[in-house]
Design a protein around this ligand. Structure first.
Ligand code: SF4
Length: 226
């Protein structure tokens, strides 16, 4: 059984697999507490639902099997606080690739096919997880975050050939100065940096599945934690 905040069928809106039909399983719980978290319903006391569903692996995988999803994305919250081994094995059993989106701050349990690691300054990634990453996703909440996270990945021994996506933190996606800083960073550094976007938000793709939970974006001061 896993505590599940929501599950829904949509497309992957970010990263190297953007645009592919994807089933999303969002687990409940996150100890990282980013002040601009866009999934605050998984942890913030002001947003968590009264009832948290605990679902069996079989129930989750049965729902995935009803779709034409190419991949199943296990996200959160912070999914790595849970043992994902049985879920990943069951997904493989129905021919699904299992992708993980994680802060990297907790030991990853499960034979994942793809790991997107999005480091957060409030709880740093484990070096062992840096080595597992297939792509990195930096949430650029202020211009200085470009230097900060680039240095962090280097200090943690990240493979310099692994793509590093630079995403504007969503509450600032119209902040031209921040967008310009990302553009200039990519132009001046080249690989492995790539401009990122949360494409599914423009499409409102997740909302087409009525089971998706209402968005609970905190916004907030990135210099502060909760
Ligand atoms: S953005 Fe991710 S890591 Fe940060 S608090 Fe939200 S769920 Fe946790």
């Amino acid at each position: 059984m896993l505590p599940i905040h929501e599950q829904f069928y949509t497309f992957q809106g970010e990263g190297a697999h953007a645009g592919r039909a994807a089933y999303f399983i969002r687990t409940f719980g996150c100890p990282v507490h980013c002040p601009w978290c866009d999934s605050a319903g998984t942890w913030h006391p002001d947003y968590i639902p009264k009832h948290i569903n605990r679902l069996s692996i079989e129930t989750l995988v049965d729902e995935v099997a009803k779709t034409k999803a190419e991949i199943t994305v296990i996200t959160g919250g912070e999914p790595a606080i849970h043992d994902l081994t049985k879920l990943v094995d069951a997904l493989h059993g129905i021919g699904q690739k299992a992708h993980l989106e994680t802060s990297g701050a907790f030991t990853i349990k499960g034979d994942l096919d793809w790991v997107t690691l999005s480091p957060k300054r409030w709880k740093l990634p484990l070096a062992e997880n840096i080595a597992l990453a297939d792509e990195f996703k930096i949430i650029v909440d202020r211009v200085e975050a470009l230097d900060e996270y680039s240095q962090m990945l280097s200090d943690l021994g990240a493979n310099p050939t692994i793509p590093v996506w630079l995403h504007p933190e969503w509450s600032q996606h119209s902040n031209q100065a921040l967008l310009d800083a990302i553009t200039e960073w990519i132009k001046s550094h080249g690989a492995p940096y790539r401009a990122g976007w949360q494409m599914h938000k423009n499409y409102a793709a997740d909302l087409k599945d009525a089971r998706s939970a209402p968005a609970a974006p905190l916004g907030g001061d990135p210099t502060q934690g909760y």
